[in-house]
Design a protein around this ligand. Sequence first.
Ligand code: NAP
Ligand code: ZN
Ligand code: ZN
Length: 348
Amino acid sequence: MSKVKTYAAIQADKPLIPHDINRRDINPDDINIEILYCGVCHSDIHMARNEWNNTSIYPMVPGHEIIGQVKEVGSNVSKFKVGDNVGVGVYVDACEKCDNCNSGKDHYCEEGIVLTYNSYEYGTKNITYGGYSKSIVVKENYVIKIPAGMDMAKAAPLLCAGITTYSPLKHFKINSNHKVGIAGLGGLGHMGLKFASSFGADVVVFSTSDSKKDEAFEMGANHFVNVNNSKDVRKHMNSCDYILDTVSANRDMAQVFSFLKTDGLIMIVGLPMEPLAISSFSLIDKRKGIVGSAIGSIAETQEMIDYCNEKNIYPEVEMIPMSKINEAFDRTINKDVRYRFVVDMSTL
Ligand code: NAP
Ligand code: ZN
Ligand code: ZN
């Protein structure tokens, strides 16, 4: 075991503080990664603050948008060597036996994935600790290759915000025949916008104010709707084939449905703490639907990283030192982030 510096939540209503943890020694199929950068996902806030049905385990080391460098490999590791640039996303293990694991849907493992943090490892039942730390030990099957030449500092948010928006857009084969709405222009939303635009869709952003309008157009939006402006809203009613809903809070879902055209579908990725209130009337009128989507498989995450590398698609990031993490949480909640905080782990 080795002692590793982290920032951790000790309880739900207290700020994160410096905290040492123990990482396991590497097993034959493990990689030890020195963490260079870690993105700040809104899920980190939900979990650190115990906003999801009392599922939080303390002390908790959040962080699942990890970029780093391999510093040690186990004796059976074949895909990585010391010095390689790598990424780790939202999960670090799955059963590798169930139908989903055997059909490229390991993120939907029937036994349950082991999350990068706030989970119990298979076998040992040790608690997993995430990326707000100096290093992490992960099985090689759950490590993503970061191609040489990729901008490491900007790549971190791809490991969650990137794959979570890429996966449903790919699943529904979004292309130039589609008008796609992006609800919420935060960390996930701005990546959804960039991907939908790169797939050729006509993209409309649904945001709660006009403050992100110019940037939305710069990132590829074709239209922008301030959902609190009734003139904007009327213009785009009954028009979208799909809406990727990334909003982290509960709100009037009837309005979101009103933007869909006949047979349109809402793809939910946002995870507000309360259940969404959806009226049957929103569904029966024009045969509209709603579907959820969680992250993406390891293979799909690799595909997404390679796609971003090829097309030069990156998140917009604001780099912060580790000591600013509590401020970053508050600013994210206040929609004051353009568009993802990334922690420079050399500051820890
Ligand atoms: P974020 O950066 O905070 O973005 C959320 C955006 O939602 C905000 O920027 C804001 O956009 C909008 N919003 C916030 N409060 C709102 C309200 N009361 N009414 C309407 N709009 C509101 O968060 P994120 O990191 O992108 O994460 C978004 C959600 O996805 C979180 O709930 C997170 O837990 C979840 N998530 C899910 C998965 C998955 O696998 N499904 C993976 C990662 C994250 P505007 O400023 O444009 O209005
Ligand atoms: Zn996340
Ligand atoms: Zn499985």
